[in-house]
Structures are given as structure tokens and as C-alpha cells.
Design a protein around this ligand. Structure first.
Ligand code: SAM
Ligand code: DTB
Ligand code: SF4
Length: 336
């Protein structure tokens, strides 16, 4: 069948982009919405086809998360238990010491993770924070794990410092459609996020950038988020976490109506089709999802999960439950 939803445009690399950007598939929000609107089986077939062209079809990456600096964040992201604006019972802490992080990385590796992601509840780290996290990155790399960090907005030179410490990925999510962003966050704007992403790219650190589904956005706005990700210049992110909102008591979104699970699966499929080479990570919300929906997400092209009993402050399926699910589905993991 002829593809009406897809367009291919060859991008001209910008003068300040080195090395030259590869040809990138560009997608309009309308074309992406048309993918969302496909009959479910057609969408899944398209996603599977793309997935099998670009990835080992039964392989899933395991990434372990650690909150290295929890709570007390001055931003007001309406979904987030770590914002100082909401009373969620999360205890604010200081940046973890390097030995404790090294031990957590060793445990993650022993449990089978190949990637270790450190999250900090900062709006933007200070110079001394970046130096301290660079130390943590060196410790994680010394254990033979890929290192990822998510620290908020980066200033000039920060991404280079983290790169020099060995950071593989920087996570910084666009989270939702630009037109919906102001309903969710008032303490920063979309351009702030894009500026940090450009700094990360400019330093040659791989980009991990995705969003949250189930915030009350429309299907069109979900398509708008995916369009932002798929059209990111000079190329789409290497890693795309798709989070399902975890409703946390005390946050403004605690009573958000449930999203239809098929809509979440569709979002994964559309991310896979529009960003074929990316790792698409089935991120927050797995604990609430059940095995059948997770299996559909893998079928839709998800090939990475957060692995370990905890996300940052909320729960995640335990390691034994995940191993059982991977076994049942015949999914394998890359050995570190
Ligand atoms: N402060 C940094 C930032 O915002 O970039 C890093 C940590 S922040 C917790 C990382 C990401 O976690 C957010 O961008 C959001 O996508 C996700 N997240 C936070 N709370 C969530 C929730 N309740 N449900 C799903 N995802 C959530
Ligand atoms: C991402 O996209 N999801 C992760 C990771 N990047 C840092 C965080 C999920 C957080 C879920 C809420 C919590 O546990 O606090
Ligand atoms: Fe702070 Fe990040 Fe939570 Fe927003 S998502 S409140 S920036 S920790």
C-alpha cells in the first residue's frame, strides 16, 4: 500500500553542524496524526516492519535509573512529585556521594543493566554541581556501563564537561506539544528545552529526549510532541523515552482521567515509525500497565525499559517480574 502519511525531505546540513547531518525523515504533525488514526492492526504492522528493518526484533535494552539528587525542585511541572510547589511527601536530599552511586551502578550491572541513568531534581545545575556529577559519570563508566544523566537545563560548557567525563547520553524531555506545554509548566518555556538539547548535540553527547503521555493532551497534541522529536535538527534523538503519566498524590495531575491504553501503544508505534533508528524506551508507568499492554508496546517497537524496583521516586516492576515477562515473551537483552 502506498504510504500517504510519510514524507521524506533531504535536509541541508547547517554551516555550524559538523559532521554533516544525515538525510532525515521529516514529519508534519498532520502526517503523524494520520498514523495515529490508522486501524490498530495496520499501525502495528507498520511499526513492526520498521522495527525489524532497523533493530534486532527480540532484543530489549535494560537501563537502570538512580535519583542522585531528589526533591526540592523549583520548577512546577504539574506531573512531578519532586517539585517544591506540591506536597507529595518526597523528602528533598543532597547530591549522593560517589561511593554510593558506584555501588548502585555495580548492583545494576550485576542485575543485567547495560545503561545507568542518573536523575537530579534541579532546574539547572550550578558549575560545582556539574563538576560533582562529572565525578559520578567517571565512576559509572569505570564499571563498564553506558552513562546517562538528566540534570535540567545546561549552561554553556556544561555538556562538554560531562562529555569529557565520559557521558554517553543526556536526557532532557520535551514532554508534550508546544501548544500544551504552558498548561503543564509555567517556570520555563519550550525554547529553554530546545536550547539545552542544542548544547548537548553541539558537544557531541547523544540525545535522550521524549515525553509524557496522559497529561490531558489531545491526540493531535500527542502527534505534535512526536513531530517535535522526529524533526529535531540535525537528527532525531538517539533515545526516545515515552513515559506514561504516573499519577502522584499531591500533584495537580493526581486525578487526571486514565488514558486509553491503546492510545499509549499507538504513541509508541508512531514514535517507532517516525524515528526508526532510535531506541524507543517504554519508560514510566509500566507498573500500572500490566503485562499485556507492555507486550503490545514491545510489538509496537519499544526496545528499551527502565529496569530496577524504582524509577526516580515512584515504583517500577521488580527485577524478578521483569525477567519473567521477558522470558514469557522470548525477549533477550544485550550483555554488557
Ligand atoms: N529535572 C530534570 C528535568 O526535568 O529534565 C530531570 C529529572 S525529571 C524527573 C525527568 C523526566 O521525568 C521528566 O522530563 C518527565 O518526563 C519524567 N517524569 C517526571 N514525573 C513523572 C511522572 N509523574 N510520570 C511520568 N513521567 C514523569
Ligand atoms: C524519563 O524520560 N523518564 C525517567 C527518566 N527519563 C529520568 C523518569 C521517570 C520519573 C517518574 C516519576 C518518578 O519516579 O519520580
Ligand atoms: Fe523539577 Fe524535572 Fe520534576 Fe520538573 S520534572 S519539577 S524540572 S525534577
Amino acid at each position: 500500500m502506498q504510504d500517504t502519511a510519510e514524507q521524506t525531505i533531504r535536509l541541508v546540513p547547517r554551516a555550524n553542524t559538523a559532521p554533516a547531518a544525515p538525510a532525515t525523515e521529516r514529519w508534519s504533525a498532520e502526517a503523524i496524526e494520520a498514523l495515529f488514526d490508522l486501524p490498530f492492526a495496520d499501525l502495528m504492522h507498520r511499526a513492526q516492519t520498521v522495527h525489524r528493518e532497523h533493530h534486532a526484533p527480540n532484543e530489549v535494552e535494560l537501563a537502570t535509573l538512580l535519583s542522585v539528587k531528589t526533591g526540592g525542585c523549583p520548577e512546577d511541572c504539574a506531573y512531578c512529585p519532586q517539585s517544591v510547589h506540591f506536597d507529595t511527601g518526597v523528602q528533598a536530599g543532597k547530591l549522593m556521594a560517589v561511593d554510593a552511586v558506584r555501588e548502585a551502578a555495580q548492583r545494576a550491572k550485576a542485575a543485567g543493566a547495560t545503561r545507568f541513568c542518573m536523575g537530579a531534581a534541579w532546574r539547572a545545575p550550578k558549575d560545582r554541581d556539574v563538576e560533582a556529577v562529572a565525578e559520578l559519570v567517571r565512576a559509572v563508566k569505570a564499571e563498564g556501563l553506558e552513562a546517562c544523566a538528566t540534570l535540567g537545563m545546561l549552561a554553556e560548557g556544561h555538556a562538554e564537561q560531562l562529555r569529557d567525563a565520559g557521558l554517553d547520553y543526556y536526557n532532557h524531555n520535551l514532554d508534550s506539544d508546544p501548544g500544551f506545554y504552558g498548561d503543564i509548566i509555567s517556570t520555563r518555556d519550550y525554547q529553554d528545552r530546545l536550547d539545552t538539547l542544542a548544547r548537548v548535540r553541539g558537544a557531541g553527547v547523544k540525545v535522550c529526549c521524549g515525553g509524557i503521555v496522559g497529561l490531558g493532551e489531545s491526540r493531535r497534541q500527542r502527534a505534535g510532541l512526536v513531530a517535535q522529536l522526529a524533526n529535531l535538527a540535525p537528527d532525531y534523538p538517539e533515545s526516545v523515552p515515552i513515559n506514561h503519566l504516573v499519577k502522584v498524590a499531591g500533584t495537580p495531575l493526581a486525578d487526571q482521567p486514565d488514558l486509553d491504553p491503546f492510545e499509549f501503544v499507538r504513541t509508541i508505534a508512531v514514535a517507532r515509525i517516525t524515528m526508526p533508528r532510535a531506541k524507543v524506551r517504554l519508560s514510566a508507568g509500566r507498573q500500572q500497565m500490566g503485562e499485556a499492554v507492555q507486550a503490545l508496546c514491545f510489538l509496537a517497537g519499544a526496545n528499551s525499559i527502565f529496569y530496577g524496583d524504582k524509577l526516580l521516586t515512584t515504583g517500577n516492576p521488580d527485577v524478578a517480574a521483569d525477567q519473567a515477562l521477558l522470558d514469557k515473551l522470548g525477549l533477550t537483552t544485550r550483555k554488557g
